[in-house]
Design a protein around this ligand. Structure first.
Ligand code: PMP
Length: 359
């Protein structure tokens, strides 16, 4: 292969998503979807859009959804950008905000899409190791910036796949120390118990917060995500979007997403249910000897003291329970990332584990 083509192939090392099995009857705890269906109001709003109005193009500005998202967060619509899933929002952020001469800083154990985008867009990165306890250390980011420079910073809060969250005070400390640096906080899992950086947007114009409706609003299949920040950052994302001439969302997805943002009762009840099941799951795993990292997400990250992660995941699959295991980095290879399911799915998982562990 020529040098040119091998460079292209390296740049295009794709993301490997979690398995979406075609087999029926698996308990699917591998991609952090919501175990409950979306709100009835969402389904009704979408059904209302499937008539003759579909002959019309959607609103290129997604005005109604930006309005609904802004109202939910107490912001203005010009502080909101929407896209087809937060992955698309992140893609635009990488292209529009995170490409600089100096490297993009992110944790070494973090959302595995970040390095994929960085390679694709030719963005230099520097991966900062998580602390011994798997937490993100803000001081390491500040030191890395002093030593080698930084073009921008990105990490999820709570982090994935650890589930561990930083308090708002630590985010504030980072932002105050880097007033001139674009900082993206990916809050895909924030609704399950972490403090949101949205509260810092007015004080920190370099902050972009990215959210998704895939987890806490049960709409992974609809593909809706958004970003919140200073209108200048949002304008940068709009310019990238308009350079592709892409529509942010179709009419059906927009209507469903608006209804989802407005159904506060469904949202609060669902997240409370998931948090309660997570606490039961974490305690049950700990009782079986697992090391369970403190989770503020809709999944737990846990390691058995004696079983290799890959073997345990394979054995659970034999029992028709799907969980996620990451071969790299080696430091997390023995952890399982287990999505919080329904109470019944959690029982099935624990029974399967007991069979596998011979309890
Ligand atoms: N960020 C993080 C940290 C995630 O784990 C995910 C889900 N894989 C996403 C963003 C993307 O979610 P979506 O594109 O469904 O909004």
């Amino acid at each position: 292969m020529s040098r040119y083509w091998s460079d292209v192939v390296h740049r295009l090392t794709p993301y490997v998503p979690g398995e979406q099995p075609r087999i029926e009857g698996l308990v699917k705890l591998n991609t952090n979807e919501c175990p409950y269906g979306p709100s009835e109001a969402v389904l009704a709003a979408m059904a209302a859009q499937t008539g003759e109005g579909l002959r019309l193009y959607p609103d290129p500005q997604s005005g109604a959804l930006r309005q609904a998202v802004a109202a939910h967060h107490g912001l203005r619509p010009e502080q909101v950008f929407v896209g087809n899933g937060s992955d698309e929002v992140l893609a635009h952020a990488f292209l529009g905000l995170l490409k600089h001469e100096a490297p993009l800083l992110h944790p070494d154990i973090s959302y595995s899409f970040y390095p994929v985008y960085a390679r694709l867009y030719g963005i230099a990165t520097r991966e900062l190791p998580l602390a011994e306890d798997f937490g993100i250390r803000i001081d390491d980011f500040l030191a890395a910036r002093r030593d080698g420079g930084a073009g921008a910073i990105i990490f999820p809060n709570p982090n994935a796949p650890t589930g561990m969250a930083l308090p708002l005070s630590e985010l504030r400390r980072l932002l105050d120390a880097c007033p001139d640096l674009p900082v993206v906080i990916d809050e895909a899992y924030v609704d399950f118990g972490a403090e949101s950086a949205v509260a810092l947007i007015d004080a920190c114009p370099q902050l972009l917060v990215v959210r998704t409706l895939s987890k806490s609003r049960a709409l992974a299949g609809l593909r809706v995500g958004y970003a919140l920040g200073h209108p200048d950052l949002v304008e940068a994302l709009n310019r990238v979007k308009d350079s592709f001439n892409s529509y942010p969302l179709d009419r059906v997805a927009s209507a469903g997403a608006v209804a989802a943002m407005q159904d506060e009762a469904w949202f609060q009840a669902t997240r409370a249910r998931i948090i309660a099941t997570r606490e039961r799951l974490a305690a049950a795993l700990a009782a079986r000897g697992f090391q369970v990292l403190p989770s503020a997400a809709n999944f737990v990250f846990a390691r058995h003291p004696a079983q290799a992660g890959a073997a345990l995941a394979a054995a659970l699959r034999e029992q028709k329970v799907l969980v996620r295991q990451f071969a790299r980095p080696a430091r997390i290879a023995d952890f399982l990332r287990i999505s919080v399911g329904t109470e019944a799915q959690t029982d099935t998982l624990l029974q399967a584990l007991d069979r596998v562990l011979g309890r």
